[in-house]
Design a protein around this ligand. Structure first.
Ligand SMILES: C[S@@+](CC[C@H](N)C(=O)[O-])C[C@H]1O[C@@H](n2cnc3c(N)ncnc32)[C@H](O)[C@@H]1O
Length: 213
């Protein structure tokens, strides 16, 4: 099942998933279980919830890995790294195909942890971490972007997408998590409308889009 993930990365992933599972229990106690607060922050309280992983599941992570491999992505951008679970699945794919991940995180403690994690997993050469508000740090990212993963605060999906839109390659794959959250509704409406310049479908809690040439 894990055959395509290098052992050094899988070892770190196993530990992070175990920690994420523990704190998912604490999270359910905290917010009543629907995760609503986790994903909706506006600009006023951007840096928060630092103790929570809010991470993709192993299956979702493997899906990101498979998608990055299948589309042969060379330049991938991620909005919202947290403790790096999704980043590691992407880095595992990119390491095999000479690609590079630029990921983003605003919480300073998480950034410090991410740097240690990327070192430990041996992916520091494959991943660039931009520390700060992605709406600013992503302004200078290089084009063309072959794959974009949106998993930061949901109200910022549309601003981040709009910022990066000129740099998205024709055929760019966009994966947006927690798409059924109310705060992501403007993003989904945009992507389903003609102005998004993309074809979009929703599978479960993921929106998958393909930038039309
Ligand atoms: C749902 S978690 C990401 C989970 C991660 N993708 C994973 O699967 O392991 C969202 C993260 O996005 C970060 N974030 C939210 N808004 C941000 C912004 N504007 N810029 C950078 N990071 C942001 C939060 O601090 C949080 O750690």
């Amino acid at each position: 099942m894990h055959a395509d993930i290098p052992p050094a990365i899988q070892t770190v992933l196993d530990r992070l998933h175990a920690q994420a599972a523990q704190d998912a229990g604490r999270w359910r106690e905290r917010d009543g279980g629907d995760g609503a607060v986790a994903t909706s922050a506006g600009g006023g309280d951007l840096v928060r919830l630092g103790e929570f992983y809010l991470a993709v599941s192993p299956d979702e992570g493997r899906l990101l890995h498979i998608l990055a491999r299948a589309c042969g992505a060379k330049r991938v951008v991620e909005f919202g790294a947290s403790f790096g679970i999704s980043s590691l699945y992407l880095a595992a794919a990119l390491g095999k195909q000479g690609g590079h991940l630029t990921t983003t995180e605003v919480h300073p403690d998480k950034c410090a942890s991410l740097r240690r994690t990327f070192d430990e997993a041996g992916v520091s050469q494959t991943v660039t971490l931009l520390e700060g508000d992605a709406r600013e740090t992503l302004a200078e990212v290089d084009a063309p972007i072959d794959m974009l993963v949106l998993d930061g605060w949901k109200s910022m999906y549309l601003p981040v997408f709009t910022l990066l839109r000129p740099k998205l390659a024709p055929g760019c794959l966009i994966v947006a998590d927690n798409i059924n959250h109310a705060a992501a509704a403007d993003y989904l409406a945009h992507m389903r409308g003609s102005e998004g310049g993309a074809v979009t479908t929703v599978i479960g809690d993921l929106a998958l889009s393909y930038v039309t040439p």
